[in-house]
Write a protein that binds this ligand. Structure first.
Ligand code: ZN
Length: 240
């Protein structure tokens, strides 16, 4: 039994079992999370040492990834042009490179050594770091634009992640965040059949209400939601 990270309600009911993992669901806000939550050491192994760890071969369609990143970056251009931008969980660095081409001073951070190695080799002029959030936060760098796409659902310590985002956000910074949407009508009736239910990589799943609550708690006010037919939350928030 655990308390909901977002609203602190006691949460015990197992909602979905998959492999050796159990997700519980907060009866108050609907937040769905693994219980027990894997610790940082375990998750670091998942991303760095398992056979499934990302390596250079994970980016075989680099040209199409780059095109998609450029299209995405074009839509967000007003928020980072001429400013400092941080891609949190940057993977192979495509978005960092795209924002840089379009005028950002962009930096990428990722937990995966192999991803950062790939990003540095492919985009040698861009800035990539392979550090813990704590180490990076301690440097005191601030960013006007934060990009966090399909990352937060992977993070065991979601409060630590939010402290990181809040800590690196300059006053008035914009945060673009995407994550699967557990509350979307296109999620299967039996949520265990949903491909986003994929432990231990997806350790938690949000809906609109509890995501907005979490963001608000750390000083981020949602100013735009991008409507999607697919079950995904895409929001733009402003750091107050
Ligand atoms: Zn809750």
């Amino acid at each position: 039994m655990s308390n909901c990270t977002i609203c602190k309600t006691e949460t015990a009911e197992v909602y979905i079992r998959r492999d050796d993992y159990a997700y519980v669901r907060c009866p108050n806000c609907g937040f769905v999370f693994l219980d027990p939550m894997p610790d940082a050491e375990f998750l670091s192994r998942v991303y760095n040492e398992d056979e499934s760890a990302i390596d250079v071969a994970s980016y075989p369609k680099a040209a199409s990834r780059m095109r998609r990143a450029m299209l995405k970056a074009l839509g967000l251009w007003p928020y980072y042009v001429g400013r400092d931008a941080l891609d949190v969980g940057c993977g192979g660095g495509f978005m960092v490179a795209a924002m840089r081409r379009l005028g950002a001073r962009s930096v990428g951070i990722d937990i995966s050594r192999e991803s950062i190695k790939y990003a540095r080799a492919r985009f040698p002029r861009a800035d990539f770091v392979n550090e813990t959030f704590e180490a990076f936060l301690a440097q005191g760098r601030k960013f006007a634009f934060l990009y966090s796409s399909e990352v937060i659902e992977h993070i065991g310590d979601v409060e630590g992640y939010m402290r990181f985002l809040a800590g690196v956000a300059a006053p008035g910074a914009r945060l673009y965040l995407t994550t699967p949407d557990m509350g979307h009508p296109n999620v299967p009736d039996d949520p265990a059949q949903w491909n986003m239910v994929s432990p231990p990589r997806h350790v938690q799943l949000f809906n609109e209400r509890n995501l907005y609550c979490l963001l608000a708690e750390y000083g981020f006010e949602v100013i735009k939601r991008y409507p999607k037919d697919a079950p995904t939350l895409q929001v733009l928030a402003r750091k107050i």
